[in-house]
Every structure is written in C-alpha cells, then in structure tokens.
Design a protein around this ligand. Structure first.
Ligand SMILES: [Zn+2]
Ligand SMILES: [Zn+2]
Length: 129
C-alpha cells in the first residue's frame, strides 16, 4: 500500500510507487495528484467551460436589475467567505436552510434571511427593512 502523500505531487509517479501511473483519456500521464485529466486537458476543459458560459450569457441576457442582483449576491457571498458577514437562519422560523434577500442591491450586506417557505411571506421581505 502506497501512501500517496509521500509522493511529490508535481513529479510523475515513479516505478517505486507500485501503482500504474494514472493516464488521461488523451493518453498522457497525469502528473498532478487527485486530477482526473492531464494538465493540458484540464486547461482545455476550462477554456470550453468559459466559452459555454459566455454563450449562455449572450443567449439569455440579464436585465440591468438582474445584473445588480447578481453583483449584490456575489458581494455578500464574498463577505461571508471572508468572515465579514454571517449566514443566518430564517428570521421567522429559524430554519438553517435560509437564503439572503436584498431590499436594496446597492447595500449588499443588508439582507433578510428567509427559508424557502417564508421567502414570500407578506409583508414582503423587502418591506420589512
Ligand atoms: Zn489529457
Ligand atoms: Zn422560515
């Protein structure tokens, strides 16, 4: 049994590893531990994913309102990731599966947390702020 962490991640697996070196579908050797494709196929995949995303955006353009909403959401999630904002449970029932709702997209940190069943509670989440 080989302990993988003993292998240097940037070097190809040596014969002493006693396992067949992983091979990509393009038949190149996979040198990065934990990767399912070789470096080149991984980069190709990234390029394709970005292109597909660009086409999807062009096909379904967002309204200016949706763009502002997405920016506000991504700001909030970045703050949460950095520990500058906290994810909270639903403010009505305490359900941990809650989502943030913005009243004003210009204030990404001012949100009401609502679970799925309370998201449309009236008065609307927007009016509560
Ligand atoms: Zn490959
Ligand atoms: Zn709730």
């Amino acid at each position: 049994m080989t302990i993988f962490s003993d292998l240097e991640p940037d070097k190809p697996y040596g014969a002493e590893a006693m396992v067949a070196p992983p091979i990509c579908s393009c038949r190149r050797q996979i040198v990065r531990f934990g990767f399912e494709t070789c470096e080149r196929c991984y980069q190709d995949g990234e390029t394709k994913r970005k292109e597909a995303e660009r086409l999807r955006r062009a096909k379904y353009p967002r309204t200016p309102e949706q763009v502002r909403r997405d920016i506000a959401r991504s700001h909030l999630h970045t703050y949460i990731k950095r520990g500058k904002a906290l994810k909270r449970p639903c403010e009505i029932c305490g359900n941990a599966k809650s989502h943030p709702y913005h009243a004003d997209y210009a204030k990404p940190l001012e949100v009401r947390w609502r679970c799925h069943s309370h998201r449309n509670d009236s008065p609307s989440a927007r009016d509560l702020i």
